[in-house]
Unconditional design. Structure first.
Length: 347
């Protein structure tokens, strides 16, 4: 198939959304599909392009790869739409709400199906960064509904299907990187967090967990890395405080493969089994509940050892990149078939 991928974020970068785009796209390329990737004009300069890119939009103009909402980002989205309309794919795959809407609109004009990959609950994420949370939530919610309504299929990231999904929603697990470098246990007092401190990541929960851990043992340290390049060679417990639903934290998957037992929140990391995949805080969690689970994990070295081994084994089977690429390929094929298109033979 001729597949177009629309990623409305600085690309490439060693962050969750960009890593998901990179790995799923590489999977489709390895499956033999002709994939064109439309992205903004800039990304992380320290990270090489993983495949040829169709770049468009404004120059970086001092912006970071965090790519906060704003007028220049909206202009980038308009450029992405114009670039997408210059091609004739069989199906368009749009990542996150903005990429999903661009993919949907281009697909309507070109007469092809679109597939929207949800990365988070955009309404809640937008409400956390806006001056008016209510207005932002309404705008974000409407954008989400349009992205879902216009798409032929919606992909949700989770280990397995759950109740309450719409008929057009397909569930696939996010793909891992099998070459993720291993991280060995430390001194029993080393916490690690990797990524940004945007509000949707619940950074205050990190501080609450660190303070509680230092009350348990003053020698506990919290190490923070911006990307996988900063990952330590030794760590005892990784922290994933994100509780925002609608996606799956790629950093948790990286921790599992690297061999760092992690504490996560059920709402933000759906489908994780407590005591096997991670130390899971029930429901939507709270700073206090997250800190308490960190204390419990720090105090139980045998449990950390068990999670380190079980989580890696389960992730390697469930999130195998070849398996995920086959699942995503089947979603795209069904979208084409239901759209009365005739894709070529699929290997």
């Amino acid at each position: 198939m001729k597949v177009m991928v629309v990623a409305a974020c600085p690309f490439p970068a060693g962050r969750g959304s960009q890593l998901l785009v990179e790995r799923t796209t590489l999977g489709l390329i390895r499956r033999g599909h002709d994939v064109e990737v439309v992205v903004p004009r800039f990304g992380d300069r320290a990270r090489p392009d993983p495949f040829p890119l169709r770049r468009t939009g404004l120059p970086q103009l001092g912006r970071g790869i965090d790519s906060q909402p704003g007028f220049r980002r909206a202009l980038d989205d308009a450029f992405l739409l114009a670039e997408a309309l210059r091609h004739r794919p069989d199906v368009i795959l749009g990542h996150n709400v903005e990429g999903g809407l661009v993919a949907d609109l281009a697909a309507r004009v070109l007469g092809v199906p679109s597939v929207y990959v949800r990365h988070s609950t955009f309404a809640q994420e937008l409400a956390m960064t806006a001056r008016s949370a209510l207005l932002a939530s309404r705008i974000g919610g409407r954008a989400e509904r349009w992205a879902e309504r216009l798409a032929r299929s919606v992909v949700e990231l989770a280990p397995h299907p759950r109740n309450g999904l719409t008929p057009k929603t397909e569930v696939i697990p996010p793909p891992l990187d099998p070459a993720e470098p291993r991280v060995e246990p430390g001194d029993g007092r080393t916490l690690y967090y990797e990524g940004n401190r945007d509000l949707y990541q619940n950074p205050a929960w990190l501080d609450a967990a660190h303070d509680a851990a230092r009350g348990f043992d003053p020698r506990v340290q919290l190490r923070i890395g911006r990307s996988p390049r900063d990952r330590p060679t030794r760590a005892d417990l990784a922290l994933v405080p994100r509780s925002l639903p609608g996606g799956f934290p790629m950093k948790l998957l990286a921790y599992q493969v690297a061999g760092i037992p992690a504490v996560c929140v059920e709402s933000g990391a759906p489908g994780m089994v407590d005591g096997e995949d991670a130390f899971v805080v029930p429901g939507a969690g709270s700073p206090r509940a997250f800190a308490q689970r960190v204390l419990e994990a720090l105090a139980d070295e045998p449990a950390r050892r068990r999670v380190r081994e079980q989580a890696r084994r389960r992730a390697l089977a469930r999130n195998d990149p070849e398996r995920v690429s086959r699942l995503l390929e089947s979603v795209l094929v069904r979208a084409c078939v239901e759209g009365d298109r005739s894709p070529p033979y699929i290997r």
